[in-house]
Design a protein around this ligand. Structure first.
Ligand code: SF4
Length: 287
C-alpha cells in the first residue's frame, strides 16, 4: 500500500546541489553545521545522475507551460560555471517544450565577468544576500577568516549591474538591522535592488545550543520583526518572505520549522528538518 501523500501538481523546490558548503561563515548561519550529516571527506556535489533525475522529474511534475528552478546553497557558485552549463543542457534535454526559468541565490563573493556573462546569456534571476549598509552587513556576514564581506558583495553587485543581470536582494533581519528598517530599505533602493526581500533570522529552539547572535528569545525577535514590518508594509518593492504565511498561521515565529517548502539536496537523508518526502532523490519537506 502506498502511504506517501501525493505531490501537488504545482510546487516549488529549492535545489541545493552543493548542500551546506559555503565560502562564508555568517555568524547566524544554521546551515553550515549540516555538513556533519554527510560522510566524512565526502563529495558534496550533487551527483550527475541525481541532478539529471531531479531536473527531469521536476519539469515533468509542473502542470504549467513553465518550470522555475531555484538554485541555492551553501553557496552554489562554488560549483563553477561548467556545472551550471550542464544544468542548462539538461534542462533543454528534458524541457518538453516548457519555458525554463532559473533563479540563483548567492552571497556574491565569487561573482566575476564569466559568471555574469553566463547569467545574462541564460536569463538567470539572481538573489544577492546583503544585510544592509556596511556597518550592519559586516556584523554577521563574515568569511571563514572572520573578515568582513561588504566590499566583495558590493563588487559582485557592480558586476551584475555592468552585465545587466537582473537581480534582487535578500536581507536577513537580525537584532542589529531590525532597529534600522528605513536605513536598510533606503540603502537597498539606492543600490538599485529591484525587489527587496526580508527574511527573519532563524533562531534556535530554546533546547538547542544557540549560535544566533544577540536576538534574544524567539518571542522577542518575533515582536521586533512584526513591529518593523508593520512600519514597512506600505512601501513599494517590498516582499517579506515567510511572514505572510506565518500571519495566516497566526504566528510570526522566525523559527525554520514554521515555513513550509521543499528542498532537494545532494543525496537522500541529508537535509535538515526533512520528512515525508525523504528518500526520493533527497527531496525533503521543510516544515
Ligand atoms: S552565505 Fe548563506 S550559507 Fe553561507 S554562511 Fe552565510 S548564511 Fe550560511
Amino acid at each position: 500500500m502506498n502511504t506517501q501523500t501525493p505531490l501537488p501538481r504545482n510546487f516549488h523546490v529549492m535545489a541545493k546541489p552543493i548542500g551546506p558548503i559555503c565560502n562564508l561563515d555568517c555568524t547566524y548561519c544554521y546551515y553550515l553545521e549540516k555538513e556533519k550529516l554527510f560522510p566524512k571527506g565526502g563529495n558534496f556535489k550533487m551527483r550527475p545522475e541525481v541532478l539529471e533525475t531531479f531536473i527531469r522529474q521536476y519539469i515533468d511534475s509542473q502542470n504549467t507551460t513553465e518550470a522555475t528552478f531555484a538554485w541555492q546553497g551553501g553557496e552554489p557558485t562554488l560549483l563553477g560555471v561548467d556545472y551550471f552549463q550542464r544544468i542548462i543542457e539538461l534542462q533543454r534535454k528534458h524541457s518538453g517544450g516548457r519555458k525554463i526559468n532559473n533563479t540563483l541565490q548567492t552571497n556574491g563573493i565569487l561573482l566575476d565577468d564569466e559568471w555574469c556573462l553566463f547569467f545574462k546569456e541564460h536569463d538567470f534571476l539572481i538573489g544577492l544576500s546583503i544585510d544592509g549598509p556596511r556597518r550592519l552587513h559586516d556584523i554577521y556576514r563574515v568569511d571563514k577568516g572572520q573578515k568582513p564581506t561588504f566590499d566583495r558583495v558590493m563588487a559582485g553587485m557592480r558586476l551584475l549591474k555592468k552585465h545587466k543581470v537582473e537581480f534582487n536582494t535578500l536581507t536577513v533581519v537580525s537584532a542589529s538591522n531590525v532597529k534600522h528598517p528605513l536605513e536598510v530599505y533606503n540603502f537597498l533602493r539606492e543600490m538599485g535592488s529591484g525587489f527587496i526581500q526580508f527574511i527573519p533570522l532563524v533562531e534556535r529552539l530554546p533546547t538547542e545550543a544557540s549560535a544566533a547572535p544577540g536576538t534574544g528569545a524567539t518571542s522577542l525577535a518575533c515582536y521586533k520583526m512584526e513591529r518593523s514590518i508593520r512600519g514597512l508594509r506600505g512601501l513599494p518593492h517590498l516582499h517579506i518572505r515567510g511572514v505572510d504565511q506565518a500571519r495566516r498561521r497566526k504566528s510570526l515565529c522566525p523559527n525554520v520549522r514554521c515555513f513550509p517548502r521543499y528542498l532537494v539536496g545532494p543525496r537522500p537523508g541529508t537535509l535538515p528538518f526533512s520528512r515525508g518526502l525523504r528518500g526520493r532523490l533527497g527531496l525533503g519537506a521543510q516544515r
